[in-house]
Design a protein around this ligand. Sequence first.
Ligand SMILES: [Mg+2]
Ligand SMILES: [Zn+2]
Length: 182
Amino acid sequence: MLIILDRDGVINQYDGNYICSADEWIPIPGSIEAIARLCNAGHRIAIATNQSGIARGYYDIDALDAMHEKLEQLVEAQGGCIDFIAHCPHHPDDHCACRKPLTGMLDQIRDHFHLDSLQGAFMVGDSRKDLEAGLAEDCRPVLVLTGNGVDTAYHLETRPLPDVRQFDNLAAFADWVISTNL
Ligand SMILES: [Mg+2]
Ligand SMILES: [Zn+2]
């Protein structure tokens, strides 16, 4: 199964402040191991991450690459691998096609894996825009209650989205995927 992850608030800690360097990029406890366990169970892992901090001038592509190098090395040290990372460097006012909730990054992921569609893939996020992007591509939306997740869950009560599964964190999602043999 293809599993698409948001980054900030899903894999690494996120409190609403931009993460501008590899040093500031701190994994949520258990998230790196969760990715490795999913890999070892035969799943493929991709990431789709909005990074408007680049357009805002808070950090550059080299800093983003360093964050992702750190992430990949941590996952590889646990015996897993990240297959593909798509990022949107644009500002919301740029009206690009890749910033979630739009689906440009998911289309990049689909093309990377030479798939006709992303139907049935999981899209795991902590924000409504992650779930909306996934739903637009027929992914199965998964909300984790890390990062923005508690706030997102609260707002889903009044503005629901269909078929959203909810987990405490990425580790709990991985437990569920692996235990149900998906
Ligand atoms: Mg997020
Ligand atoms: Zn973009």
